[in-house]
Design a protein around this ligand. Structure first.
Ligand code: HGY
Ligand code: MN
Ligand code: MN
Length: 413
């Protein structure tokens, strides 16, 4: 068959996605497959079996990143890489991350069964802990591989129960032998659901983001004074949760104050002792700020810091603020982005040039090699929720676009 006639097997892609969705399946139709959990291990084990079915060379590195390598005619050339992540949010969806791994696997299955030999080798990747929900920050596996995050710092991160990243990696048997450090990659593609409303609203099937916004994560800790809620007068309280409440509204008001396309969110909060008849005396909450303009995000945080300090002092609640993680905005390789749009046109898929508001491993890969992404619509624009959904035809369209993007790059000498 002519290479340009090649298409993926949409039914097989669907079966792989549905099989993976059974791992950590939640009653409401989502997945609970936290990084380095037993469910993550189960998905990894199954993924490696599938890689071996294709006779790929499988490598696991010391951050648990999994690579499957398919040889090319000239194995001295650097490979084309494509992949994403298999970990999910606590009550996540059946497509976030896993679609990019299964989509790349479907591409390799299609090349295998059609005996297509490419000039360059091709590598599929599953990156550890992309979500950053159990172990913050996000994109840790690709961040260490790209040299942006330090391995032992990543190893020391703990989840809410005090479990260390490295210990959990060892526990599930995925602290691999290979060093987690970058090697030459010709280019990187990541296939992913959009996780927003644009493609559906514009009625387009394929999105090609020009890049990913910057992501800045902060952790805020407040100290108050616990006491019995009954006898303690309102006057003179040091209620850490009330201080946090004022601060959280400041985060929510920030985009309007700053203008531009900044978003800012408090997604996580813990209040102690979390008993209805004790005034809270310890609160931790997170701040997530994103913008295409890194400087605007930095100025936003500066404004917030000033507000937080004023509120903390007025309420007599000492504050500690940590700048936990930053990844710059990532403008992708324009040639690759245009290649994706052209392939979508050739395959008669409507398409849109856009921006990614969600973070992806592609942010770090973009620091190592020419990188681009392929998006397909999220129904209702929903993601990181159990109702996350994408039409199977769109999943197939995205995989076909990925197939021809990978082939195009893998034929380059
Ligand atoms: O935060 C993000 O956008 C991604 O899910 N890690
Ligand atoms: Mn994702
Ligand atoms: Mn996600």
């Amino acid at each position: 068959m002519e290479i340009k006639e090649l298409r993926v097997n949409g039914q097989r892609l669907r079966q792989s996605l549905e099989r993976m969705a059974t791992i950590g399946a939640t009653p409401a139709g989502g997945v609970h497959r936290l990084a380095l959990s037993d469910e993550d291990k189960e998905a990894r084990d199954l993924f490696i079996r599938w890689l071996k079915d294709l006779e790929l060379d499988v490598t696991i590195d010391e951050m648990g990143n999994i690579f499957g390598r398919r040889g090319g005619r000239n194995n001295d050339l650097s490979p084309v890489m494509s992949g994403s992540h298999m970990d999910s949010q606590p009550s996540g969806g059946r497509f976030d991350g896993i679609l990019g791994v299964m989509g790349t696997l479907e591409v390799l299955r299609t090349l295998h069964e059609n005996q297509v030999m490419t000039e360059r080798p091709i590598v599929i990747a599953d990156w550890t802990n992309e979500e950053g929900s159990r172990f913050s920050p996000a994109m840790v596996g690709s961040g260490v591989w790209a040299g942006a995050l330090e391995r032992n710092w990543a190893y020391s991160r703990t989840d809410r129960n005090g479990n260390r990243f490295e210990d959990e990696l060892i526990r599930i048997g995925y602290k691999g032998p290979a060093p987690c450090e970058k090697w030459p990659v010709h280019c990187y593609y990541e296939y992913h659901i959009e996780q927003g409303p644009i493609l559906e609203r514009e009625q387009k099937v394929i999105g090609a983001p020009k890049g990913i916004v910057c992501l800045h994560w902060y952790d805020v800790y407040l100290e108050g004074e616990a006491n019995q809620v009954g006898p303690t007068p309102m006057e003179g309280r040091h209620d850490a949760l009330c201080a946090a409440a004022e601060m959280i509204l400041k985060v929510n008001e920030l985009p309007e104050r700053m203008g531009g396309n900044l978003v800012s969110t408090v997604g996580e909060i813990q209040s102690y002792p979390n008993s209805r008849n004790i005034i809270p005396d310890k609160v931790h909450f997170t701040v997530d700020i994103r913008s295409w303009d890194d400087d605007q995000a930095m100025s936003a945080w500066k404004l917030l810091r000033e507000d937080f300090e004023a509120i903390a002092s007025r309420r007599g609640c000492p504050i500690k603020m940590e700048e936990t993680w930053k990844v710059e905005h990532s403008p992708f390789d324009e040639k690759l982005v245009q290649r994706i749009l052209n392939i979508a046109d050739q395959l008669s898929y409507s398409n849109l040039y856009m921006v990614s508001g969600a973070g992806h491993d592609a942010s770090y890969m973009n620091q190592v090699c020419p990188t681009a992404m392929i998006f397909v619509p999220s129904i209702g624009g929903r993601s990181h929720v159990e109702v996350e959904n994408t039409n199977w035809e769109d999943c197939e369209a995205g995989a076909n676009t990925l197939l021809h993007a990978i082939i195009g790059s893998a034929q380059e000498s």
